[in-house]
Design a protein around this ligand. Structure first.
Ligand code: FAD
Length: 617
């Protein structure tokens, strides 16, 4: 392996790393995926599940860009549920419980089969540099790998420390050593590091759980898959169990709070507010006498159960006590104790929109290292870094995503503009244009980008173009047919008798009107495939809102689309407060829209920047 030469080297085979490596390789550049062990590829460090609210949107977007996460999750899915099913499609989130072993096997299989991609086992301990430009990595055995662009996706491994009660030891996650040398090397670049933490619950032996009195939750009868290429599931399906903590559980936790790593003062890092430990829940919601726990199987044939809702850093004996106080878990055997991990992250405000680190040429960062939490957030960043590192090798324009075209764009903008104060996770509420950024239309928004970049498979391209053809002709038929209120009434569609003629698309937006209600009125639509019918219904439902959002987006782009040069000198703008000047100098917004979202930015401040931009450009 001495002196191997690649275009892109991805360090880390987790969720960010695999997606980054696949994206770069699909772009046609020679790519290496360097990871500590081959078996790390596709490992889920925490819960065996993919998707959920906001996160499911990200997986769909990754898939629309021909990424791998959605395809692998579909293969590994053992319980599929569409969250928020009763609410509108814009905020519904596909989620799947995944079989850990299948997920790893399938991810490895796809990775080994990907053209232009080579897996390399080893630990990166140093960077090869020439001037201020990175051009390779050094492995712990002294071997060198040369590359034009490096994408670092080391997750929770940078100076990772594992805590169980008052016992702490260095670790990247349970069973793995941390990356200390690489973190120390990065200190030389004066990278702004911070410290975060996250935790995981004890794993239980499902054979020792008394399932007889527990509620069971099966998956949906009509599973919603992640990939636009798939329409059927392959793994056996299972149900999850549901149980609850009780007052005794809370008593045990309360009495032992001082022994918890998080409450005993052993951890400085900030944890995820939206994924609190059981200690956190007992303290913060002290008025609640019970919390729900989902007992999630880690595989269709695996006895390990992931008790979702009781992550902890209490000592092992306390974990035993509180687990046994829970209904159904009285005799449960703990296979692996819960633990907390504290690790270094890089302030993402030091990154550009393409996820390259400013000030060190050729280095990109993606995943948990940028202060996020979750497989989906990591994979989506991997996609951005992979596409951009490859584009840069090929002398192509950067591939930027915007808040108006994707959740990916929302996340990148949030991270690079505002940074993080706790591990960042995606929610639908983060996207102001969420009516247009639906999980169901991710392909319509993003597959054209993948096609134009030349990194979309022929299979996806053909499937997408055929779908767009069918959608286009169906919508055309519906838009060009107009009906009087009388005609609609005679078809059983209640409508105000105001004399106005309405198009088929208008009528399809009415509550309770389905494609089937309308089809008899329009000749030639009876052959329309079910998935096209459902898609047209969803598009019709949101058409008016989207039209309004489109106008808002256009206005925003007009006013705020002014690109700010990289060397723009904010400090010399008179009238701007010192606080804003400092924030602008740190954030270095890419355009006026990004500047507008900086905490504390005022309309007057924006006007001053715009005036200077107009003067200088
Ligand atoms: P990882 O998946 O961690 O992958 C990092 C990869 O880098 C590994 O393959 C590792 O071997 C490799 N690597 C590291 N250093 C080097 C090096 N020097 N050389 C070569 N390879 C290297 N997410 C949630 O959404 N909810 C949760 O509740 C949650 N809890 C978690 C609890 C724990 C204890 C942990 C560890 C993680 C938890 N996560 C949770 C986070 C989730 O696992 C991560 O967000 C996700 O895996 C991040 O993906 P990544 O690709 O950035 O990093």
């Amino acid at each position: 392996m001495k002196h191997s030469i690649f275009d892109v080297i991805v360090v880390g085979g987790g969720h960010a790393g695999t997606e980054a490596a696949h994206a770069a390789a699909r772009m046609g550049v020679k790519t290496a995926l360097l990871t500590l062990h081959r078996r790390d590829i596709g490992v889920m460090s925490c819960n065996p599940a993919i998707g959920g609210l906001g996160k499911g949107h990200l997986v769909r977007e990754i898939d629309a860009l021909d990424g791998v996460m959605g395809r692998v999750a579909d293969k590994a899915g053992i319980q599929f549920r569409l969250l928020n099913r009763r609410k509108g499609p814009a905020v519904q989130g596909p989620r799947a419980q995944a079989d850990r072993a299948i997920y790893r096997t399938e991810m490895l299989k796809l990775t080994e089969a990907q053209e232009n991609l080579q897996i390399v086992e080893g630990e990166a301990v140093d960077f090869l540099m020439s001037d201020n430009c990175i051009n390779g990595v050094v492995l712990s055995d002294g071997a060198e790998i040369h590359g034009r662009k490096i994408i670092l996706t080391s997750g929770t491994f940078l100076r990772g420390v594992i805590h169980i009660g008052d016992i702490s030891r260095p670790g990247g996650r349970m069973g793995d050593r941390p990356s200390v040398k690489l973190a120390e090397r990065m200190d030389d670049f004066e990278v702004p590091f911070g410290r975060l933490k996250t935790g995981t619950p004890p794993r239980l032996d499902g054979r020792t759980i008394d399932w007889s009195g527990l509620d069971l939750q099966p998956g949906d009868d009509d599973p919603t898959l992640f990939s636009f290429l798939n329409n059927r599931i392959s793994a056996p399906q299972v149900s999850c169990g549901i149980t609850h903590t009780n007052e005794r559980t809370h008593d045990i936790i309360q009495k032992n709070l001082s022994r918890s790593a998080m409450y005993g003062g052993h951890i400085d890092g900030v944890g995820p507010r939206y994924c609190p430990s059981i200690e956190d829940k007992v303290v913060r919601f002290s008025d609640k006498s019970s919390h729900q726990i989902f007992l999630e199987p880690e595989g269709a044939t695996d006895h390990t159960i992931y008790p979702n809702g009781i992550s902890t850093s209490l000592p092992e004996d306390v974990q035993e006590d509180y687990v046994h106080s829970i209904f159904g878990l009285e005799n449960a055997v703990i296979l692996q104790p819960g633990y907390a991990i504290e690790y270094d992250y890089v302030d993402p405000r030091s990154l550009s929109l393409d996820l390259s680190l400013r000030g060190v040429e050729g280095l990109y960062l993606a995943g948990q290292i940028n202060g996020t939490t979750g497989y989906e957030e990591a994979a989506a960043q991997g996609m951005v870094a992979g596409l951009n590192a490859a584009a840069s090798c090929l002398d192509k324009e950067p591939v930027n995503f915007s808040r108006s075209n994707s959740y990916i764009g929302v996340m990148i903008d949030d991270l690079t503009t505002n940074g993080v104060t706790e591990p960042y996770r995606m929610f639908t509420s983060r996207a102001e244009f969420r009516l247009s950024l639906r999980a169901d239309n991710a392909d319509q928004r993003l597959t054209p980008i993948s096609i134009s970049l030349g990194c979309c498979s022929q299979e996806r391209k053909e499937k997408f173009l055929s779908k767009m053809d069918q959608l286009g002709s169906t919508k055309y038929a519906l838009e060009s047919s107009k009906y009087t209120p009388k005609q609609l009434l005679s078809a059983g569609i209640k409508v105000s008798q105001d004399g106005n003629r309405r198009t088929g698309m208008d009528v399809l937006a009415f509550p309770d009107v389905t494609f089937e209600t309308l089809a008899p009125l329009i000749t030639g639509l009876d052959q329309t495939k079910p998935e096209i019918r459902r898609q047209v219904e969803r598009d019709a439902l949101y058409a008016t809102y989207i039209e309004r959002q489109k106008r808002e987006i256009d206005a925003m782009k007009r006013d705020e689309g002014h690109v700010i040069p990289v060397d723009f000198d904010f400090s010399s703008i008179s009238g701007l407060s010192n606080e804003l000047k400092t924030k602008l100098c740190v954030t270095k917004p890419h355009d006026l829209a990004q500047a507008a979202r900086i905490d504390g930015m005022t309309p007057a401040g924006l006007a001053l920047i715009l005036a200077r931009l107009r003067r200088d450009t």
